[in-house]
Design a protein around this ligand. Structure first.
Ligand SMILES: COc1ccc2c(n1)CCN(C(C)=O)[C@H]2C(=O)Nc1ccc(OCc2ccccc2OC)cc1
Length: 246
């Protein structure tokens, strides 16, 4: 059955509400925080951490963000109705993509810093990860998306679309994911039309391609790290991080 425009309006409203309920920091809080940057001494302390210490620290912080994305997914109409295995498959491949999209809300394009551990950090703070290419790509992506200045509503529906991807590996009921996705696609077009910003649609789909390569790089780096420090990953990484990205 083709969804009515009322159904699409209600769907948009419910996704925006779920987004609001599952973002740790409201835009106004981030505004207040954005100029809280780390001192030279604090940066030096992070840079003096060992590779495995810094990786564990970042994995813990990111898992904080991932938990909220899992909560968001569970509240998207159409996601809950999917089988457990399909929900896990969509989260395994989509949750880091949503964290990286949401990270653009916590990015300051004026000094190229991102929220981390309570303040805003530049790329140099992450030096001891020994993943300069991953960090550079994360910052480039956040900067580029931040520059599109998405509204919270646009971001909410866009991240729901990122999660409801029927092309993900290991899906049992693709058609069901595709049906839920179609309604969210209509919701995004509706919102962009209402905001008179249809040109954003093309730009957002382009960003999705970059997102895929960025997440593949993250998985590749995690594999590299796990080879060097198997015990750290095994006993000190958060279970959710291992389950979704391991
Ligand atoms: C929803 O958006 C956000 C955005 C940021 C944060 C949060 N929510 C809440 C939790 N949070 C806290 C508590 O600091 C922030 C965070 O995790 N920041 C952060 C973590 C790691 C970073 O680079 C390292 C890295 C990046 C990608 C992949 C692997 C990596 O390292 C192994 C950069 C920034």
């Amino acid at each position: 059955s083709y969804p009515t425009s009322l159904h699409i309006e209600e769907l948009s409203a419910s996704i925006v509400r779920s987004h609001r309920e599952t973002t740790q920091y409201r835009p106004e809080e981030l505004q207040a925080l954005r100029w809280k940057v780390f001192s030279r001494e604090e940066i030096h302390a992070y840079q003096s951490k060992s590779v495995d210490e810094m990786w564990q620290h970042c994995a813990l912080r990111l898992t904080d963000a991932v938990q909220y994305v899992v909560e968001f997914a569970k509240r998207i109409p159409g996601f809950r109705q999917l089988g457990q295995n399909d929900q896990i498959a969509l989260l395994k491949s989509g949750s880091m993509e949503v964290v990286l999209v949401r990270m653009s809300r916590m990015f300051n394009t004026e000094n190229n810093t991102v929220f981390f551990d309570g303040k805003f950090a530049g790329t140099e703070l992450f030096k001891s990860l020994a993943c300069g290419d991953l960090i550079a790509a994360v910052f480039d992506f956040a900067h580029n998306l931040c520059a599109l200045r998405l509204t919270e509503q646009q971001m909410a529906v866009f991240t729901a679309l990122v999660l409801l991807n029927a092309d993900r590996p290991c899906l049992e009921d693709r058609e069901r994911v595709q049906r839920a996705r179609r309604d969210v696609e209509l919701a995004l077009s509706h919102i962009l039309h209402r905001d008179n910003q249809e040109s954003l649609l093309h730009k957002l789909y382009q960003r999705v391609q970059v997102l895929k390569s960025l997440c593949a790089l993250h998985i590749e780096k995690l594999r590299w790290f796990r080879q060097l420090y198997p015990l750290t990953v095994h006993s000190l990484f958060p279970p959710l991080y291992k389950e979704l990205f391991g």
